[in-house]
Ligand binder design. Sequence first.
Ligand code: HEM
Length: 447
Amino acid sequence: MTHRTTDPATETDTGMDTATAILEGLLTEEGSADPFPLFERARTLGPVLPAGDGVLLVTGYEEAERLTRDRAFGIRRTEAGEATGPGGTEHLAQRIISASLLETDPPRHTRLRSLVSSFFAARRIPALEPLIAAAVDDLLDEMAGQAGQAGTPDSGTLGPGAPDPSILGPGTLDFMEVFASRLPMSVICELMGVPKEDRHRFRALSSALTVTLEIAQPPEAVLAADAAAAELVDYFSDLTARRRADPQDDLVSALATAAEGTGGAEGTDARLSEDEMLSMFVLLLVSGFETTASLLGNALALSFQHPLAAAGLRDGTTPLLGFLDEVLRLEAPVQYAARMPLTEGLDVGGVPAPLGTVALVFLGAANRDPRQYDRPAEFDPLRTGPQPLAFGGGAHFCLGAPLARLEASIALPALLKRFPRLRPAGEPARRYGLMLRGYEKLPVALG
Ligand code: HEM
């Protein structure tokens, strides 16, 4: 990234200087905590803004939506539009994500997606309702139990010397730890067929891996991501071997069978290679977990800020889907997607996009575009207007969108009804990062 010139004599405050400063601001801790003023500054200069070094900042809804759907743009920088395979970088975590469907273009993307899409098809998701409702009930019971424990002299320990990360202090629980991260983890693990006793390892591993999705990647975080990727690959290699020996009705067994054969995809009998299969498992675990945990945390935080709307969720007078759409619009758990032109001669909203351009599609900015939404910064569960762009669009439209919506629509009312006096109990801490927007800690008291 280029830096602004600081010599006032030579500095011309061109749009590009400002755009570069905006991008740099977004990558700071303050910018990641509250990117919205910077998005607005960018938008006043145009819905698509060149920021130097071939980067475009896309903040307009229409431009963002069109770009995510445009097949002339893809995810990889390669001119042919085909993934280079998992060999291109020394970092395991990056190799795993690069080999996954999230970062590949057709035709490889089409093949990979077709192997898993049936598991997440909208028609199959309602069947998961009883499973999700049971998981929600169990977690609410545990919350009640832990809240009781949080009020005792032993609060904050699981026994001698073992701190319980769910308990922040007398009467105070961390909602992210005790509920928001555990529900999606248990649902995605259930779908994949990960045994219950193995799941406790995954929150930390999955969180460590998410740095791979961010623009700013501190070196120590990259090392931690590589270590987490190695552990997950080992785990899933082992689980695959177990499922091949004794197949079950789960996603790991299904993909293990699809990958069985000569060990390669193209030109072999197998429909996906072992590397692609392991990448898929890691991607599903990470994407099915962090994002939905953030949706639940962001929804609860917004319900604290809008107690009338929250009361309406308890007695059914606030439309649940309208409430969740407002959470997804104002506090999108995924704030941007990246797209690159696959051929010469393209533009984004009239701004030239030569090969090598990286367009940062700021979904969180598009969701507050005043050309689409009246009073865009206001939370209004009754609003009409286009669907928020929280799940992306086009070929990469979020595979788990119906599942995430179902989890949140079961969990949120159940939580608010079970604990009518649920309230914030201290300063929340946001997770750092520009792409994933959510809380690291969200302290709550139940009564
Ligand atoms: C609120 C929760 C969620 C949000 C906000 C979210 C957001 C997104 C977004 C924006 C994309 C598109 C990225 C791009 O275009 O580059 C995406 C893709 C994806 N999501 Fe989600 N997601 C959520 C939950 C889930 C869940 C529960 C799963 C399930 C397993 C999941 C699996 C995926 C996968 C596999 C992709 C890649 C699809 C592809 O490239 O074809 N997501 N998600």
